[in-house]
Design a protein around this ligand. Structure first.
Ligand SMILES: Cc1ncc(COP(=O)(O)O)c(C=O)c1O
Length: 489
């Protein structure tokens, strides 16, 4: 199957509609997530009394890049973004970052999870009255999934590696029905897949929403993140500016689908995929453990459109963790101000979580590789913020001691302005196919995909566009569902 299955099961759908009526649930459409001016006034009014992270079904409408950046009662405005100046990045190119912190749960993965669950819910394929939703993940996706499940009144099981940050587990213990810890850390995804297999065989009535293969994940980013990026670009680009490309670390390879959208809007733009140098799967079929939480999982996700990926970049996790100290410790921030980085920006650098820092470094490396100038524009994503890594800062403080001005000067020079074009590969046709071919070992050998399916991903011309076209059809199903629930006038 190449697209999201939208076969309707009317009798099961009745259960979902009944549940939605009982719990006062209205589901937003992709059109509303892209453009919140389309959200009914009644919903906006109700949100005035709802906190950003509250488990309140109205927060489904906050699954958008347009949330007013406040903890409670926020409305909707433009897309949340920042421009990073060359005093910080060390390159003349203009680098823009979209901010994920202002999603409920503090990470954009809540959107990817929504987009995997909702098509199943509104078609009746998933019955929230009898089934549990299972969310395999390295952290934020299962947080998003557990949160969406709670808002949509479904039971959930979150699965994530035991080595992920303490903040993720603390929060999950309050939201998810059950949390399963799998062995290992960040890149141990095979162990997560094994746990899913075990759950499937357990006879429990559940549905596994595997973000690494679910096209709902791809579609949400193509449609919602892609449009949000375009909106920022149309707003900030000056007459002679040139959009050169987007960079995104790949975890499930959902976010990078926004690059497919941008390439259709700006055909000469590039898509830069990044990963940790300590686990260089895309770069050299490599493997290993690393500290950039949320990315790089020792396999190529099924939903990664490798044929459209132009460059692969591997980022040293030492750069990321040391820069997190530079951006957040007092001595680091003072040093950045001394080096001419505007204070207003320095005070917001906690908006960059680990993978956000890695994404910015990927933009810097791409800007250097392509010799970009001051009219060249790159865009990337801050999936989450340091709110989810405070414990990591404490751990580093304990392990390495006080962060000093000397540390700050070294990290700034080495890891930020000293970024080079090493560990990068501009992909030729055969390189892209080499990355695609790696999918075989995970997906065909282990996870039940067929030979024909993997061939179709590479050779069927409309494989990816057929998914891209599904948002309108799903919106129709959501509107029909909401109509039957009957709460919006
Ligand atoms: C913090 C963080 N950054 C980046 C990613 C990667 O995003 P994607 O899975 O869309 O490739 C994830 C995914 O879970 C994440 O949690």
């Amino acid at each position: 199957m190449t697209t999201i299955d939208l076969t309707v099961d009317k009798s099961r759908r009745k259960n979902a509609i009944k549940r939605a009526k009982e719990r006062n649930i209205i589901i937003p459409t992709y059109a509303q997530m892209k453009d919140p001016s389309k959200i009914p006034a009644k919903m906006k009014d109700e949100l005035k009394n709802v906190g950003l992270w509250d488990v309140d079904p109205r927060n489904l409408f906050r699954i958008t890049w347009h949330n007013e950046p406040k903890a409670k009662g926020g409305g909707f405005g433009g897309v949340n973004y920042l421009e990073l100046p060359s005093s910080l990045t060390g390159v003349p190119a203009r680098i823009f970052v979209l901010i994920g912190k202002w999603f409920p749960t503090g990470a954009h993965k809540v959107g990817a999870a929504f987009s995997c669950l909702v098509p199943r819910l509104v078609t009746g394929q998933f019955d929230p009255t009898t089934q549990k939703a299972v969310w395999p993940s390295t952290g934020n996706y299962c947080r998003g999934g557990a949160y969406d499940s709670a808002m949509l009144a479904c039971e959930s099981i979150a699965i994530l590696p035991e080595g992920m940050s303490k903040e993720r587990f603390e929060w999950l213990s309050k939201i998810a029905g059950e949390t399963i810890k799998t062995p290992g850390s960040e890149s141990n995804v095979k162990e997560i897949f094994d746990k899913c297999k075990e759950l499937r065989a357990s006879g429990q009535d559940l549905m596994i929403f595997n973000q690494f293969e679910e096209f709902g994940n791809y579609l949400w980013h193509y449609e919602v993140t892609g449009h949000a990026m375009e909106e920022v670009l149309r707003k900030i680009m000056r007459k002679n500016d040139h959009f050169r490309g987007m960079a995104s670390a790949t975890g499930s390879a959902g976010t990078i689908a926004s690059g497919d959208y941008l390439k259709q809007a700006f055909p000469d733009s590039k898509i830069v995929a990044s990963e940790a140098l300590q686990c260089p799967t895309l770069l050299e079929n490599g493997f290993g453990a690393h500290r950039i939480e949320g990315i790089g999982d020792k396999h190529v996700p099924w939903i990664h459109n490798t044929k459209n990926t132009d460059v692969v970049v591997a980022i040293d996790d030492n750069a990321v963790v040391n820069l997190s100290r530079l951006f957040n410790e007092e001595a680091g921030r003072a040093y950045l101000v001394e080096k001419g980085v505007p204070e207003t920006l320095v005070s917001q650098l906690d908006l960059l979580g680990f993978s956000g820092i890695s994404n910015v470094l990927s933009c810097i490396k791409a800007a250097k590789y392509y010799e970009m100038g001051e009219n060249d524009v790159m865009v990337t994503i801050l999936t989450d913020s340091m709110e989810l890594y405070r414990s990591r800062l404490h751990e580093m403080h304990t392990e390495f001691g006080e962060y000093t001005e000397t540390n700050a000067a070294a990290d700034f020079a080495h890891y930020l302005h000293g970024q080079s074009t090493d560990n990068m590969l501009e992909l030729r046709y055969s390189d892209r196919r080499r990355v695609h071919n790696l999918k075989y070992y995970t997906w065909v050998e282990q996870q039940g995909k067929t030979y024909d399916e993997i061939q179709a991903q590479w050779y069927q011309p409309d494989y990816w566009t057929s998914v891209q076209r599904q948002a309108n059809e799903i919106d129709g199903l959501i509107e029909e569902f909401n109509g039957e629930v009957g709460l919006v006038k």
